[in-house]
Design a protein around this ligand. Structure first.
Ligand code: 26Q
Length: 812
């Protein structure tokens, strides 16, 4: 890519404004400048993009396709500039032009095409694939509406539509000529062919066009540009029916509308999922487009028989959401390419690999047989056959499994079990953190593990250190480079060299000052957004993630209420000032989660204006938590709250982001917290609470009574009574449902059970913070060990352990 100087860039922006819009620089709005800049960057990316794709073709490289219903990519302008090596010049050019660079960058709408961890993971993986020169692409859906925008009104979450495509999206290229036809409903007819084999014809179908929009995925200063291909649903007009249809105008409009609905919006829930038919349509739409596309490209580019597809193609499915890709590949290979069942099965199971992201039973996908069969009759036949053959194999070849067949069958209780389909149809099944994979193997999926022990493997999640450190925290990143040189940027594990400096006091001061600047910036932002002045020298205690009972934001706010009560009783109490920062969206239909949001906001509205606790305690709920907001909060965090009920959080990735930015974790032994603990130990994080084994034991044998704790711990009783009696806010605002959920449902997430150890852990946090020097040592230790959680490392593990994929480093 051609390096621009700041002046060159400035001239080019001015020239584009003139040529494209007839504008002088003085007349240009921040949005005009953003578009001019994005078009320059896109122009820079284009040649490398074409070259990369041509190289893959010429060299017949093996490629990985990451299929996901979600890609939470956020904003791309800064990361594209960074990866093209243009970020510093751009910042300088914009300043010279009299603009605030961040204001220009903020013109881009976040692409919120995901709910949370799973979607963001997919985005980090794409960044690492390109940055490590792996031939790897994403396939997803171009939702017209992304995850809802959250407003907090009188403490309540209100959802607004996220019409992110209102203004043109500068990074996408529509590829109409590569559109693919998708079939729903219709009838399947069976014929006997001359050789005696059966032929299936799927007829009278509802047809939908899948039109791809390609977004470049730019590697970090390496000229590799892969593709994120997002599919959009459009009506299909058969060539012969193009004219003379005026009669049906309104009928056609209605039809068109119902088709465009398929890619209309992202479903906003990530647990307690409802089996809505439109969601199933979306899933099949994604996999049918992607699989047909993959097979078409394989035939065009490789000149190999389809039996050899697994040598050149591997398909990773992000949870079970794309698991219909398995029967879809069978369909294409048999019905369109004339492979036998056995040959098609060998190809399919050689190409698919499945990642599981949850053990929560509410979040495991199953679809009613009637719905599946009605919408996808041919696909259902194939799933049925997969199930028959699988169950027959169990019956005849695994006699010890006969009794377990109902728990293993792909179709059971009138439903299709997607995780079972994914396991049976894939050569690899992985969990996303060590403990999560162990739970899959030994509990949730033990029946399958004993059947296919070699399929199961762990791939601990990771995050891209380029976005989450280099780009989001330039102050800290610059300091690190000053200390250990720039090699950590390409080799993040080299952050470990920082361990040589943990006793260097003057240097630790510099780390402190980098953090302080970020805290000041966040304090300014909070003031501008909420009107509340927070003390930038207080401990910034951060919990940012989707709102879920198992993530236990409730435990956090109970701690806040406890501190508040203490300060009310004794306003002179000597405490280190704290600012509790929350960001969380609740699924719109998740009542209790919304009540917890209301509670946090209600507590905030009392605490923040109470003179007795002034300067000692602040509670900030930042609305509309998204990728861009995360980039502002994470660099400023002192404490990272990772307090899920042990065994429930598959991995977590926010924990890694905050660690990499020098925050200390307070957390349970759950998900990737355990692997953070492996690295930094008890001295450098605050572990508390029940272990996963204890939690699972309680579930199995009972034995814990929430009421006992309520009756014996005065602090707990006081808090719960305050909720019940409406002591927070007015009498109208009371939190009886939270109260009863804990006491009548026996506290299913062990909030009361872990209350005491959590309070103790927070006391240790406070004591540790008072010793600035020791705190800084721990902070730098966390940064030093965080390189292992770069998604570069994770992707290397996928590439060698599952995909058998080679880095494609071919010099021009
Ligand atoms: C499924 C069917 C119908 C509607 C919605 C869904 C659906 C959508 C999203 C189900 C689940 C999700 C998202 C799950 C998720 O984000 N899981 C998180 O994945 C992270 C990456 O592996 C982990 O770090 C987190 O621990 C896990 O909670």
């Amino acid at each position: 890519m051609q390096p621009y100087t700041a002046d060159g860039l400035k001239d080019e922006i001015a020239r584009r404004l003139q040529v494209d819009k007839g504008q002088k620089l003085e007349e240009a709005s921040p949005k005009d400048v953003y578009y001019a800049l994005a078009s320059i960057v896109h122009g820079e990316i284009m040649p490398s993009w074409n070259k990369t794709q041509q190289k893959y073709k010429d060299k017949k490289a093996k490629q990985v396709y990451y299929l996901s219903m979600e890609f939470l990519i956020g904003s791309l302008i800064k990361s594209n500039l960074l990866n093209c090596g243009m970020l510093n010049q751009t910042i300088e050019a914009l300043r010279k032009m009299g603009f605030h660079p961040e204001e220009i960058f903020a013109q881009e709408q976040d692409a919120a095409l995901g709910n949370g961890g799973l979607g963001r993971l997919a985005a980090c993986f794409l960044d690492s694939l390109s940055s490590l020169d792996y031939p790897g692409h994403g396939h997803g859906i171009r939702y017209r509406y992304g995850l809802f925008e959250q407003r907090i009104i009188h403490g309540n979450q209100v959802e607004l539509p996220d019409y992110w495509l209102k203004d043109a999206y500068p990074w996408e290229n529509r590829k109409e000529e590569e559109a693919i036809l998708i079939h729903f409903r219709g009838e399947v007819h069976m014929f006997k062919k001359n050789d005696g084999s059966l032929e299936f014809k799927h007829e009278n179908t509802d047809k939908v066009m899948a039109v791809p929009y390609d977004i470049p995925v730019v590697g970090y200063q390496n000229s590799t540009v892969n593709t994120l291909r997002l599919w959009s649903a459009e009506p299909y007009f058969p060539p012969e029916e193009n004219e003379g249809q005026e009669d049906d105008f309104y009928h056609d409009l209605e039809h068109q509308h119902s088709i465009e609905q398929i890619t209309g919006f992202l479903y906003p829930d990530d647990s307690n999922i409802e089996g809505k038919e439109l969601r199933l349509k979306q899933q099949y739409f994604l996999v049918s487009s992607s699989i047909q596309n993959i097979i078409r490209q394989f035939k065009e580019n490789y000149q190999l028989p389809l039996s050899r597809l697994p040598e050149k193609v591997v398909i990773q499915i992000n949870d079970t959401h794309p698991s219909l890709g398995i029967p879809e590949m069978m369909r294409v290979l048999m019905d369109e390419e004339n492979l036998s069942w056995d040959a098609a099965w060998k190809v399919t199971t050689g190409a698919f690999a499945y990642t599981n992201h949850t053990t929560l039973s509410e979040a495991l996908e199953t679809w009613p047989v009637e719905m599946t069969e009605g919408l996808l009759p041919r696909i259902y036949m194939i799933i049925h056959e997969i199930n028959e053959r699988f169950c027959r194999d169990l019956w005849f070849n695994h006699k010890e499994k006969r009794e377990e067949i109902p728990q293993l069958a792909v179709i059971a209780d009138g439903r299709v079990h997607m995780a079972r389909l994914a396991i049976v149809g894939s050569f690899s099944v992985n969990g996303v953190a060590r403990i999560h994979t162990e739970i899959l193997k030994n509990q949730e999926m033990s029946g399958f593990y004993s059947l296919y022990p070699k399929k199961f493997n762990n791939k601990t999640n990771g995050i891209t250190h380029r976005r989450w450190l280099l780009q989001a925290n330039p102050g800290l990143a610059g300091l690190i480079t000053d200390v250990i040189g720039p090699n950590w940027i390409r080799r993040p594990k080299q952050l470990i060299s920082l361990m040589k400096y943990t006793k260097d006091r003057p240097l630790l001061e510099k780390f402190a000052s980098a953090k302080q600047q970020n805290k000041q910036a966040l304090a300014n932002f909070i003031h501008q957004r909420t009107g509340i002045a927070v003390d930038p020298h207080s401990i910034f205690d951060v919990q940012i993630k989707r709102l879920h009972e198992y993530k236990r934001q409730l435990l956090n706010i109970f701690h806040v209420i406890y501190l508040y009560n203490e300060l009310k009783d004794n306003p002179q109490l000597d405490v280190v000032p704290r600012t509790f920062i929350f960001g969380a969206k609740a699924a719109p239909s998740y009542y209790l989660a919304k009540e917890i949001i209301k509670l946090i906001n209600t507590v905030a509205s009392i605490v923040n204006y109470d003179k007795d606790v002034k300067d000692k305690l602040k509670v900030i709920f930042l609305e509309n938590y998204n990728v861009s907001l995360a980039e502002k909060i994470i660099p400023a965090a002192d404490i990272s709250e990772q307090i899920s009920t042990a065994s429930k959080e598959a991995s977590g990735t926010g924990n890694m982001k905050m660690m990499m930015n020098g925050a200390l974790t307070i957390g349970t032994m759950d998900g990737a917290n355990i692997e953070i603990h492996d690295l930094v130990g008890d001295d450098n994080m605050f572990i508390f609470g029940l272990s996963a084994e204890q939690v699972m034991d309680y579930y199995r044998h009972g034995g814990y009574s929430a009421t006992d704790i309520y009756n014996t711990d005065d602090r707990v009783k006081r808090i719960l009574d305050q909720l019940k009696l409406g002591e927070f806010g007015s009498q109208e605002i009371e939190f009886k449902d939270i109260y009863y959920n804990i006491l009548s449902h026996n506290d299913p997430y062990f909030v009361l059970k872990d209350f005491e150890p959590y309070m103790e852990a927070h006391e240790i946090v406070e004591r540790t913070y008072r010793d600035t020097y020791s705190w800084l040592q721990k902070s730098v230790t966390n940064i030093a060990y965080s390189g292992k959680f770069s998604s570069d490392h994770t992707i290397q593990q996928y590439a060698t352990g599952i995909w058998n994929l080679k880095q494609f480093k071919e010099k021009e």
